[in-house]
Design a protein around this ligand. Structure first.
Ligand code: HEC
Length: 123
């Protein structure tokens, strides 16, 4: 076997190993995710008040299909859409989410802070 072929094989094996390791990364079970989501609250009292009376009902419950607070794995593809798209989803409603995420008196800045908090699980 030539050196070039051998090197190609080495590269291939390395890629395969990396793919396997990332695929085998332990995923947090749903119950833990729900528990984490339920114990998370924005540090800002005003934001916490809005969050508790609106977003929390869906984004921190076992039954909901909404991305859970702090579930980074689920939030990442949403964040990849860009903040403007996410704001649009909240304001106009999106799939199972009613318009304004049930916070009729929230403004765009508050929504943005709420999204930021929910994606990180802390603020
Ligand atoms: C009545 C339930 C409900 C409430 C209340 C709610 N959401 Fe949602 N939300 C959902 C569901 C369900 C989804 C997932 C929809 C889907 O992708 O199928 C979602 C998705 C989202 C998304 C991702 C949208 C996208 O484009 O991928 C954002 C951002 C979001 N919610 C923010 C909020 C904020 C901020 C609040 C509080 C002001 C809130 N939600 C309140 C149910 C809710």
């Amino acid at each position: 076997m030539s050196i070039i072929r051998l090197n190609t094989l080495k590269v291939f094996c390395t890629i395969l190993a990396v793919m396997c390791i990332s695929a085998c990364e332990p995923t947090i079970d749903r119950q833990t995710l729900v528990k984490n989501a339920q114990s998370a609250t924005p540090s800002d009292p005003h934001l916490a008040e809005i969050y508790n009376r609106s977003c929390r009902a869906c984004h921190a419950t076992q039954e909901s299909t909404a991305p859970l607070v702090g579930d980074k794995h689920t939030w990442q593809p949403r964040l990849d859409k860009g903040m403007n798209v996410l704001l649009d989803s909240v304001i106009n409603g999106y799939a199972g989410m009613p318009p304004f995420g049930m916070c009729m008196d929230c403004n765009a800045q508050e929504f943005e802070q709420l999204i930021d908090f929910m994606a990180k699980g802390s603020s």
